[in-house]
Design a binder for this molecule. Structure first.
Ligand code: UD1
Ligand code: UDP
Length: 395
């Protein structure tokens, strides 16, 4: 490797990207002789992002400050493109590292490509093959795959998806999902030192079985979310053996449906989004999760608790095949019936608990950084040339 350090500019904007990139940033920073690590936040999310930055002690070098209330995809994309260009152009890092399928990931990848800066994509290759679900994330993620030079696929399933789209074999590395690294580390810290839980005080959650709910997907806005809330109303009125805790996403399209439909109902507790350690603690106390979130589908199997996915499809079929997740869609009737089965049929419940988490083992960030080191050692020339030449690392 040449004397010049490899400059990785890590870019993200939302809560899940921050959680999933935190382990990678830490791992890169363990090797300051080899990597210069800079962090740029678009701040596509503001309130949801800040506690994550604090919890994982992520230093921020550039803040694009793009969030607006009820932001629309085109104007958000335009702001990120313009402002990220201003960061990228004078600095020209050796690689821009993005994660997942958000507007920030897609637009930062595009800007890097326009500047001919190599792109690394963490959590590459997830697909539903349905253009409008998740919307717009399915197409965002596919676009990033075609902008990126190096693809970190969490599972071999994701790797196969990339191969089918013509991504060269030597550019794809199966690493596990970095969310498991973040989750296991946080869970261990929370077990050692339980977090303060001001928002949950007085709920007497331990007396009944706890159901944790989250919902925020754009394709569920309107009828889907209304139907989810109807299902929760019925569950709360039919069952006195449960407590439902629902941290409500700040998106106005979520708030304006969930609060009027569910506030004040016995056994339903609407709270603000929890900071990550508090949320991990809540999940670890849950009987089951009911969610349309991607990250929660991946995290809950580590606790060996069932996750019911309130979507018509998922880009994470590994959970369905492993028997740790189940798709229930947004129909109130199906949600009520399936939750009822898991409350009443202990054998059905136990089947979820026996399975291994298919999404990772907590070492994904190590594998990603080991791959980058190998790439750097693999060919002569400039850093970005090495990325383009790309040798096959040993994982
Ligand atoms: C985005 C991601 C989605 C991810 C979700 C995580 C895209 C296309 N989608 O959702 O994949 O699952 O984030 O939560 O990038 N808001 C706040 N404060 C915050 C965050 C959001 O007030 O800290 C409100 C704002 O009014 C904002 C709105 O929520 O305009 C929507 O945020 P946005 O990031 O655009 O949401 P999604 O695109 O739906
Ligand atoms: N999460 C959190 N607090 C909450 C709800 C979720 O810290 O109140 C975490 C959760 O553990 C997971 C991530 O946020 O790691 C998921 O983010 P989100 O559901 O917003 O996005 P998605 O995963 O669907 O893209």
């Amino acid at each position: 490797m040449s004397g010049k350090r490899f400059h990785v500019l890590v870019v993200f904007g939302t809560r899940p990207e921050a959680i999933k990139l935190a382990p990678v940033i830490h791992e890169l920073r363990r090797f300051p002789g080899q990597f210069k690590t800079s962090v740029c936040i678009s701040a596509q999310h503001r309130q949801l992002l800040e506690p994550i930055l604090r919890w994982f002690r992520i230093p921020v070098h550039y803040d694009l400050d793009v969030m607006r209330p009820n932001q629309e995809l085109c104007e958000l994309s335009a702001r990120i493109l313009d402002r990220f260009h201003a960061v990228l152009a004078p600095r020209r890092p050796d690689m821009v590292l993005v994660q997942g399928d958000t507007t920030t990931a897609m637009v930062a990848g595009l800007a890097a490509f326009y500047h001919r800066v190599p792109v690394g994509h963490v959590e590459a290759g997830l697909r539903t093959l349905d253009r409008y679900s998740p919307f717009p994330e399915e197409i965002n993620r596919r676009l990033v795959s075609h902008l990126a030079d190096v693809h970190f696929a969490p599972t071999s399933w994701a790797r196969i998806n990339l191969l089918k789209e013509g991504i060269p074999r030597k550019r794809i590395f199966v690493t596990g999902n970095t969310v498991i690294d973040a989750f296991l580390e946080t869970h261990a810290r929370v077990l050692r030192r339980p977090p303060a839980l001001a928002q949950l005080k007085g709920f007497k959650l331990e007396a009944r079985r706890l159901i944790v709910v989250t919902a925020h997907r754009r394709e569920n806005f309107g009828p889907g979310l209304t139907s989810i809330c109807r299902g929760l109303q019925r569950l709360a009125s039919q069952r006195d053996d449960i407590e439902i805790v629902f941290p409500v996403h700040p998106n106005p399209n979520v708030q304006s449906v969930v609060r009027p439909m569910l506030a004040g109902i016995d056994r339903i507790h609407l709270i603000d989004p929890l900071e990550y350690p508090q949320f991990v603690w809540l999940l670890s106390s849950a009987y089951l999760g009911l969610t349309d979130s991607g990250g929660i589908q991946e995290e809950m199997p580590s606790l060996r608790r069932p996750v019911l996915v309130m979507r018509k499809n998922t880009e994470r079929p590994e959970g369905l095949h492993a028997g740790v997740c189940k798709l229930v869609g947004t129909s109130a009737e199906v949600i009520v019936r399936t939750v009822g089965q898991l409350l009443d049929d202990q054998q059905a419940y136990a089947r979820f608990a026996r399975r291994r988490n298919p999404f990772g083992d907590g070492k994904a960030a190590q594998k990603i950084v080991a791959t980058l080191k190998h790439i750097l050692a693999s060919a002569p020339g400039s850093n970005s040339r090495r990325v383009r030449a790309l040798g096959k690392p040993p994982i």
